[in-house]
Structures are given as structure tokens and as C-alpha cells.
Design a protein around this ligand. Structure first.
Ligand SMILES: [Zn+2]
Length: 639
């Protein structure tokens, strides 16, 4: 804490100032916060597990897979000796393409390798029938973090594109092209990606479930993008038979067809080659990896040096075989007692949210009743999934890093594609167990808390209850509130996109949400970059609701036995400190810029101050005066 700052002037500095000063950005990070401290800790637990599994003389099939993947990742001598060999055959195949059939076949091959060229294709629950998995075709295929990077004309954006083209050229040169050929191909990559960017939907629209739902017959695709042999593509990726699919943005696909007219085949080939190089760089010899780091990390994110190899290899195993590593992580770091305590907390918060809904002044009784039904229907998943993912088909060898990744990706891709037409498995997790995150899934109407986040600073089974309510309590409240933010509120208790709101309640909600959107749009993240209040609306709504519910739940839980004052702080003050101190962080200016355009979450400073300046409970706890900065003159409240 920096107690020289007045908590009613800048609570974030008051709660985090000393941490921020004492924890400058490490050279290998774009962002360093208490989230990352925990992530670091979890990775060290995982590293122990992997080193043990790699070295063991006799071992289980599980240990063989995670241990050998780790070993193959650490084998830099072997990786360097292979140079570009792991993707040479694929690059040659791309270079030899002579016609449209060849393009489609390659598109399918790359998709199976997890490289979503041109568009994204996969399986998702049907928004209006959440029990059924359907095929989804969505805008995609970009390299830079957002379509704005290709379209904006301010000097910084122009500079980023120039640097990007230089980087793409270097990657082609490393792959064996002459300077001239590499330079031409790099321009082609930017050309094609600029078209894809132009024909993509912006991030704010992508958050609106009604704007991204267009069920079409499979044969309609031929009208949208006639030059692509769709049957050949779907066969190539191994999709099961299906008759209809959700085309997220049909207008964009149609426009893309028009924009392709007259574009040479070579442009597509250059684009495929770079996409392959980019996604394989981490598994290739050092020059590729270094060039990749130089542009994507050093230049674009402001990171000064790569993370240590062993830590990067932990991340690799977590991504490729996450549920195997996760099983071992849970044994090492998550007790039955912690699970029981968290489950009690979740139940308390759910009850409190029910009371909060019942007391809302702006909602009619009918909509309240529907909201209560939705709240009661939320499934709570704590710690780890009910069923672990199966990796028996993934063959892992200790001396074939690139091959291991390729095989793991193909198996995962097939598992995803084969779900088309199947019933939805609502128990499936999208995060691995050591992950420091949590989520709400609108279509399974579930909140999910991996063991990785149920740790210090969020939670400690032996610590002051008030701090736990401010930490993990606010996270649980945050995820519950997602079920009722501008996006979540459009789905019903069964996870279906259906309007269960009366028109009046809907417009009352929108009015309150707009207050939040305007508030956060007024915050400057870095230089002249403002936050986008519409992009961050769901997260900010969830932060605001989450702390309030955590606060109310703590009051409920300690009604009969008030907690004592500790270190001079009341329980309420400790709750707000516990909340704020989860968000202490330092970020590079490059990272702040990138996140302002792409991240639906606000930076820590605004997650804390933007939320608490709306809360009379906070202002009362710290005796703030009406004219102080932490007392908003136009306080927003949705939940
Ligand atoms: Zn969230």
C-alpha cells in the first residue's frame, strides 16, 4: 500500500502504490501484476511436475506424454539442427499450388494443423438450441491483433504495418527466399490480410449475439463465396455431414468474394506460407524463433527479452496436453478443504445475488422472476472439470518437438470438428486447471473456477474472511453477473438466445449499461488511447456487480458475528483492499495500446477506481466526502 495517498482521491494508488513501485516490469514481460505473480507460481508447480515426469525411470502413460513433450521442447540442440525441416514439405506443397483446387486442399490442411487461414471454422452450441452442436463459420485469418491495425491511418498504425511487412519479409528470407522475392511476398501478405480485415466484423459487433447469428443452409455458401469448393473443404478437414451452419457475418463473406476477384494465386500462396511460418516459429530453429520474438513481443508488446526456455515449455505442455498436466496440478495444489470452502462461498454469493435482484428498484416482477430462474439454474464448477479430456490418440516422442505439437493439434482439431451435429457436452471446460482465470459460459449457463485462480492473492483458506470476499468473492460475483451483463442477459436459463425481458425492463437495463459504457469510455489508457466503453461493457458491468454482491454477501455471512478490526482496518475496508490488490500491475505502453483495442477487460487501475467510484458502500467505508474523486457525481449501477 501507499498510505501517503488519500484512499478517497485514488484508491488504486492507495492500495497498490507500493507494490507498483517495488515490482517494475520484468524484462521478459509486457505486463506484470498480481495475476502474473500467481501464474508464475502455478508455472513453477507445473515445472516441478514436468521435470519429475521427464526424469522418472518408470512412469505412467500420462507422465510419459507430458514428460516427453517437455523434454522435446527443451531439446534446443535437436530443434536447431532440424532448422526449417519440420515444415519444409508443407511449404513446398504450398509453392507447388497451381490452381483453385490446390488452394482449397491447402486451406483444409492448414485448418487441420490449427492454422485458421481465411476464416474460422469449428463447432459451437446452437445459440438458439444450446443442447445441439452446430458448425460455425466466422471472420478470421488475421495476424495482427485486430482489424483496426490494418485499417487505421494514424502515424502509429502506419508504422506498425511497415514494421510488420519488414518482419514478414525476414521470415521469408529465413525460409530461403531471395530478398526481392521475400519483399514481394510480404506485401502480398499484407494485401490479403487487409482485405480480410476490411471484410471482418468489428469487436464490439462481435459481442452482440444477435448480430452474429445467421443460420444458413450449407448450399447457401456457394452464393456467398462461389470460388471456393465448399464440399471439398469440408471433406478435407474431416467434418461430419451437416445441412446448416451459423455464418457469423454473411455480408463480409460476400464482400470477400468480390474483393478476391483479380487477385493472383501467388497472393494466396504467400499468405498461406507466412501463416504456416508464424504458427510454427516457436517449434523451429532459433533464427525463426528470434525473428518472431523481435516483432511480436519486442516491438509490438514492449517485451525486452524472451521468458526462460523451461517456463515457455511449461506453457507449451499446458496448451497441448492441458488436462494431463491439470490432473497432476490439482493433486499438488488444490485440497478438498479448499474446494469445500469455495463451494460454500459460491452458494452464499448466489443467495445474495438473488436478494439483490429481488430488491432492484427498476425491474418488474415478471422479469425478476425469470432472472431468479436463470440464477438458480447456473451450474457451479469449482477446481477442475468433471471429466478430463482424452489424449490417448496423441503420440509423443522425446526428440520430435514440432511433430508432437502437430499431432496434438490435429487430434484436438478433430475432436472439435467431430462434435458438429452431436449433443452439447455442457460440462466441458475451455480453460486448463492451472489457469489464473475464471469464466461464465452463457450457453451452458455455468460459472467455472479453475484451481489455478483459487489461490493467494484471491483465496487463502487460513486468511481473514473479509480479504477472501474481496478477492475470490468478487471474482465469483463477477462471473455470476456475466450471466446478466449486456451479452449474458440475452441468453435464458437453458443457455438459449431468447429475449426473456419485458420491453420496459430491457430499456431500463440499456440505460444503466450506457452509463457504465460512457464512464469507462472517458478513461485514457495510454497517450491518446481511450478505453472503448462498449468493448469493455460486459467486464465492467461484471466488476461493478461482483464487488457489490461480494460486499453484501460478507455482510450477510457476518451478520451475527461481526469481524474484528485488524491492523486498523474495518472488515469492509479490508474487503475493498482485497479487491483492489488483486489488480496491482505494471504494463508496457505498447501492451496498454494493444489491449485498449482488443481486450474486453479494462486495465487494473480502472477496474478498481472505475468500479469503486460508483459505490456508496466504498465511500462510506473510507468516509469519503462528496467532492472527492473517488465519489462519482454520476454514479452508475446496473446490478
Ligand atoms: Zn469477466
Amino acid at each position: 500500500m501507499n498510505t501517503s495517498v488519500n484512499p478517497c482521491v485514488d484508491f488504486y494508488q492507495y492500495a497498490c502504490g507500493n507494490w507498483i513501485a517495488k515490482n517494475p516490469l520484468p524484462a521478459d514481460r509486457a505486463r506484470w501484476g498480481r495475476f502474473n505473480e500467481l501464474q508464475d507460481h502455478n508455472e513453477k508447480v507445473a515445472l516441478d511436475i514436468l521435470q519429475g515426469a521427464a526424469a522418472a525411470k518408470t512412469r505412467s502413460a500420462l507422465d510419459q506424454k507430458i514428460g516427453d513433450l517437455y523434454t522435446s521442447c527443451m531439446d534446443t540442440a535437436g530443434i536447431n539442427k532440424k532448422g526449417i525441416e519440420p515444415i519444409k514439405a508443407e511449404l513446398d506443397r504450398i509453392n507447388a499450388i497451381e490452381n483453385r483446387e490446390g488452394i482449397v486442399a491447402e486451406m483444409a490442411r492448414l485448418h487441420r494443423m490449427g492454422i485458421g487461414v481465411v476464416f474460422g471454422f469449428g463447432s459451437r452450441p446452437d445459440p438458439k438450441d444450446s443442447n445441439r452442436m452446430i458448425a460455425v463459420l466466422s471472420p478470421g485469418g488475421l495476424s495482427l491483433p485486430d482489424r483496426d491495425y490494418y485499417l487505421k491511418t494514424d502515424p502509429k498504425s502506419v508504422e506498425i504495418r511497415q514494421r510488420y511487412v519488414q518482419h514478414v519479409q525476414k521470415m521469408f528470407q529465413l525460409a530461403g527466399d531471395t530478398t526481392e522475392a521475400a519483399s514481394q511476398k510480404a506485401k502480398m501478405v499484407l494485401d490479403l490480410e487487409t482485405i480480410l480485415a476490411k471484410d471482418a466484423l468489428d469487436r464490439v459487433s462481435m459481442r452482440d449475439p444477435n448480430k452474429i447469428y445467421h443460420m444458413l443452409a450449407r448450399k447457401d455458401l456457394a452464393d456467398l463465396l462461389p470460388m471456393l469448393d465448399w464440399d471439398a473443404f469440408f471433406q478435407g478437414i474431416g467434418a461430419p455431414p451437416f445441412e446448416s451452419l451459423n455464418v457469423v457475418y454473411p455480408d463480409g463473406l460476400k464482400q470477400f468474394a468480390a474483393d478476391l476477384t483479380g487477385l493472383p494465386l501467388e497472393t494466396g500462396k504467400a499468405y498461406f506460407s507466412y501463416q504456416l511460418l508464424r504458427s510454427s516459429a516457436a517449434a523451429l530453429a532459433a533464427p525463426f524463433e528470434n525473428e518472431y520474438f523481435d516483432f511480436w513481443q519486442r516491438y509490438l508488446a514492449g517485451v525486452k527479452e524472451p521468458r526462460p526456455r523451461n517456463m515457455r515449455c511449461v506453457t507449451v505442455v499446458d496448451r497441448a496436453l492441458g488436462d494431463l498436466l491439470g490432473q497432476k496440478y490439482v493433486q499438488a495444489a488444490f485440497s478438498a478443504d479448499a474446494k469445500a470452502q469455495i463451494t460454500t462461498l459460491v452458494d452464499g454469493l448466489e443467495k445474495t445475488m438473488g436478494e439483490d435482484i429481488a430488491a432492484l428498484p427498476w425491474m418488474t416482477d415478471e422479469t425478476k422472476a425469470a432472472a431468479q430462474i436463470k440464477l438458480k439454474a447456473i451450474t457451479n464448477n469449482v477446481g477442475y472439470p468433471k471429466k478430463w479430456r482424452d489424449y490417448s490418440k496423441v503420440n509423443v516422442k522425446p526428440d520430435d518437438f514440432a511433430g508432437n505439437l502437430e499431432r496434438a493439434t490435429e487430434v484436438m482439431y478433430s475432436q472439435r470438428i467431430e462434435k458438429i451435429g452431436q449433443p452439447t457436452d455442457k460440462n466441458e471446460w475451455t480453460m486448463t486447471t492451472p489457469t489464473v482465470n475464471a469464466n461464465y459460459s452463457a450457453q451452458s449457463n455455468s460459472i467455472n473456477f479453475p484451481a489455478g485462480i483459487l489461490q493467494v492473492p484471491f483465496f487463502d483458506a487460513k486468511r481473514d474472511l473479509a480479504v477472501n470476499y474481496g478477492g475470490v468473492g468478487a471474482v465469483i460475483g463477477h462471473e455470476m453477473t456475466h450471466g446478466f451483463d449486456d451479452q449474458g442477459r440475452k441468453f435464458d436459463a437453458d443457455g438459449n438466445l431468447r429475449d426473456w425481458w419485458s420491453a420496459k425492463d430491457g430499456s431500463e437495463f440499456e440505460k444503466r449499461a450506457t452509463c457504465i459504457a460512457d464512464e469507462y469510455s472517458s478513461f485514457t489508457s495510454v497517450d491518446d488511447m481511450k478505453l472503448n466503453g462498449r468493448l469493455t461493457l460486459g467486464e465492467n458491468t461484471a466488476d461493478n456487480g461482483g464487488v457489490r454482491i461480494a460486499y453484501m454477501a460478507l455482510e450477510n455471512a457476518t451478520k451475527d458475528k461481526k469481524l474484528p478490526v485488524l491492523d486498523g482496518f474495518t472488515p469492509e475496508q479490508r474487503l475493498f483492499l482485497g479487491f483492489a490488490q488483486v489488480w496491482c500491475e505494471n504494463m508496457s505502453p505498447q501492451e496498454l495500446r494493444q489491449r485498449a483495442m482488443t481486450d474486453p477487460h479494462s486495465p487494473g487501475r480502472f477496474r478498481v477506481n472505475g468500479t469503486l467510484q460508483n459505490m456508496p458502500e466504498f465511500q462510506k467505508a473510507f468516509s469519503c466526502k462528496p467532492d472527492q474523486p473517488m465519489v462519482s457525481q454520476n454514479a452508475c449501477r446496473v446490478w
